[in-house]
Design a protein around this ligand. Structure first.
Ligand SMILES: NC(=O)c1ccc[n+]([C@@H]2O[C@H](COP(=O)([O-])OP(=O)(O)OC[C@H]3O[C@@H](n4cnc5c(N)ncnc54)[C@H](OP(=O)(O)O)[C@@H]3O)[C@@H](O)[C@H]2O)c1
Length: 376
């Protein structure tokens, strides 16, 4: 039986109202944002200190995904050095343990030993997300901050699919973090006021999501890695916007997406060697990982963030908070404001990750929810 959202889509399709992609002007404007961010990010963020001083975080427990390199590594180190309990949710546990050892040695004599632990999480596997969430929730402890940082941009690579059957950018950058965020709600409620911070990207401005073709397999559009990456980042904002609306104010959970800027990390690992060398030769324009970590650190710790999220909710703003690389509230793309499409992305995402449509409400009420996603 077709789902209600599919029936609505079919109706809108017949009326010619379902958008098939970004218009030329929207697309050009999107690329202009990307170019402006590249050339002017240092000027935009010139008021920020580096490293960014953090408010007291001794009482907070923070799960960070993908912190064995780049921005995530900086987030884990800086939050731990500022006193937070940091959980490194990673697929390469050996690398994470080696990093902890190095950080503890460097930190020795400067304060209490760092409070960091490692847990296994592979976002290419929804099973791994469920196992991680079950193990964490079973502790019955609070979670104050979840930072969905891990991400991939397989530049120039052909289209690849996860074992769950989903296009890999969509799974790693959007579907798996969405599942993680929803399944961890019971712990986030215990840690309330708490936050879900998604490390997003300016590239979402050139992204488009067709909720009926999240895997880009219908043949309507030709897949490219730029399309896969930008679409997954836009899907994350659209899903987060509805999650932000669905969470009752009393739950005390803020949801925000942040843009780190254009940052010199391992994200360029799939670029041709020559382009990689070029990337490292332009340090004036490109942020260091420490500079790139500032917007996520701001989102995770600044006391004004929950207030701002509440304000957006009270105003029934179509999107969740979007914090720019200069740590200022900003607006995501025009398409991210397309509320009908955001609801369709929300419904389709829940279907793909195997959660019932009332999962958020049930988990907030303390009920159990099981998830039934596909596995090939
Ligand atoms: N760098 C930029 O210019 C830029 C710009 C905008 C947004 N971002 C976003 O910033 C975030 C961090 O990226 P980065 O630039 O710091 O890149 P990075 O250095 O490549 O770090 C990505 C991290 O994600 C982890 N990861 C990848 N696939 C994973 C999986 N299946 N399961 C668990 N962890 C996985 C990686 O772990 P492994 O080491 O095991 O692969 C690594 O720790 C991403 O969401 C990215 O989209 C980056």
């Amino acid at each position: 039986m077709p789902s209600p959202s599919r029936k609505t889509d079919e109706r809108l399709n017949e009326m010619g109202k379902v958008k098939k992609g970004l218009g030329w002007i929207e697309w050009l404007r999107g690329w202009l944002y990307v170019i402006l961010e590249f050339f002017f990010q240092r000027i935009m963020a010139s008021h920020l200190q580096n490293p960014m001083p953090l408010p007291p975080v001794n009482e907070i427990t923070c799960i960070i995904t993908g912190c064995t390199s780049g921005i995530g590594l900086e987030l884990a180190r800086q939050l731990a050095e500022s006193g937070a309990h940091v959980v490194m949710a990673v697929r390469n546990q050996k690398a994470a343990h080696e990093l902890i050892q190095k950080w503890q040695t460097e930190w020795c004599g400067k304060g209490l030993p760092l409070n960091i632990e490692v847990m296994e999480l592979d976002l290419l596997s929804l099973e791994s997300v469920v196992q991680f969430s079950e193990a964490w929730n079973a502790r019955l402890g609070p979670l104050h901050v979840l930072i969905n940082n891990a991400g991939i941009f397989s530049i120039g690579e052909p289209q690849k699919f996860s074992k769950n059957g989903y296009e890999q950018h969509m799974q790693v950058n959007h579907l798996a973090p969405a599942l993680l965020s929803v399944l961890l709600l019971p712990s986030l409620v215990r840690g309330s006021p708490s936050r879900i911070i998604n490390v997003n990207s300016v590239m979402h401005y050139v992204g488009f999501v067709d909720p009926e073709d999240m895997n880009v397999v219908s043949g309507k559009r030709k897949f490219t890695s730029v399309m896969g990456y930008s679409g997954s980042k836009l899907a994350q904002i659209m899903f987060s916007s509805i999650l932000h609306k669905r969470l009752p104010a009393e739950a005390g959970i803020s949801v925000a997406c942040v843009s780190p800027g254009i940052v010199d990390t391992n994200v360029t690992r799939d670029l041709p060697k020559l382009v990689q060398v070029g990337y490292h030769l332009i340090p004036y324009f490109v942020f260091s990982p420490q500079e790139g970590s500032r917007s996520a650190l701001f989102g995770a710790t600044d006391p004004q963030v929950p207030e701002y999220c509440e304000l957006l909710k009270a105003d029934e703003w179509p999107t969740c908070a979007y914090i720019s690389l200069d740590c200022r509230p900003s607006n995501p793309s025009e398409e991210a404001h397309n509320i009908e499409n955001s609801y369709r992305v929300w419904e389709k995402t829940l279907e793909m990750i195997g959660l019932p449509s009332d999962a958020v409400e049930r988990l907030i009420e303390g009920e159990e929810v099981s998830c039934h996603y596909s596995s090939h």
